[in-house]
Design a protein around this ligand. Structure first.
Ligand SMILES: CC(C)(COP(=O)(O)OP(=O)(O)OC[C@H]1O[C@@H](n2cnc3c(N)ncnc32)[C@H](O)[C@@H]1OP(=O)(O)O)[C@@H](O)C(=O)NCCC(=O)NCCS
Length: 171
């Protein structure tokens, strides 16, 4: 296994992995039409290429036998809530692992990698949004030291309203 930064050459595989893991996580929580339009808008190949082309937008893939089974996306960002501006803040924008690899330490290794990235780059806060009913993810973040800020924000999937909670961890 290895964790490595994704490049433009990974765009197709990343678009598929991101679509599949988002679909598997949120299917049934919105209409099929909302899911389709969300995936088309945010996970299409051109959008992925655009993000991979941004040197300050970091995607890392977790490869098993040369195939990505999970990924993280981290980026410096202060847009969540006001207090972030008092710190050097890194957003964990995504952490997704194929379900066959849940509970096997893949997500933990990606999380540890994100902490290492943050420490090496002298970030003092890591923050993230998590769907209010994503109990597994909430537990995973809690055991990694994240706490609920009590701030939340709308995260609609198409026309289906959903709410994400902002979590953070001071580093
Ligand atoms: C969230 C995710 C990254 C966590 O990785 P993982 O390998 O599954 O995590 P772990 O198994 O180490 O930890 C999950 C914890 O939640 C617990 N858990 C599992 N199902 C749960 C549930 N329904 N309610 C509460 N806790 C639950 C597990 O017991 C475990 O806690 P423990 O270690 O104290 O026993 C992974 O499940 C994933 O990729 N999910 C789909 C994508 C996703 O939701 N990403 C987060 C978006 S914000």
């Amino acid at each position: 296994m290895q964790i490595r930064r994704a490049t433009i050459e990974d765009a197709t595989a990343l678009s598929k992995l991101a679509s599949k893991t988002f679909f598997d996580t949120f299917t049934g929580t919105c209409t099929d039409a909302d899911m389709d339009s969300f995936l088309q808008e945010y996970y299409n190949i051109n959008q992925v290429i655009k993000e991979l082309s941004d040197s300050k937008d970091y995607y890392y893939l977790y490869d098993v036998d040369a195939k990505a089974v999970g990924y993280i996306r981290v980026k410096e960002d202060y847009s969540g809530f006001d207090e972030l501006k008092n710190f050097k803040s890194l957003e964990l924008k995504r952490l997704y692992v194929l379900k066959e690899f849940h509970g096997l330490g893949v997500a933990q290794q990606l999380m540890d990698f994100a902490f290492d990235f943050a420490n090496k780059n002298k970030y003092t806060v890591m923050w993230l949004g998590v769907w209010e009913y994503n109990e597994r993810a909430k537990r995973f973040y809690a055991k990694n030291g994240f706490i609920d800020t009590c701030y939340s924000h709308p995260f609609p999937i198409g026309n289906t309203p959903q709410t994400d909670l902002w979590y953070w961890k001071k580093l």
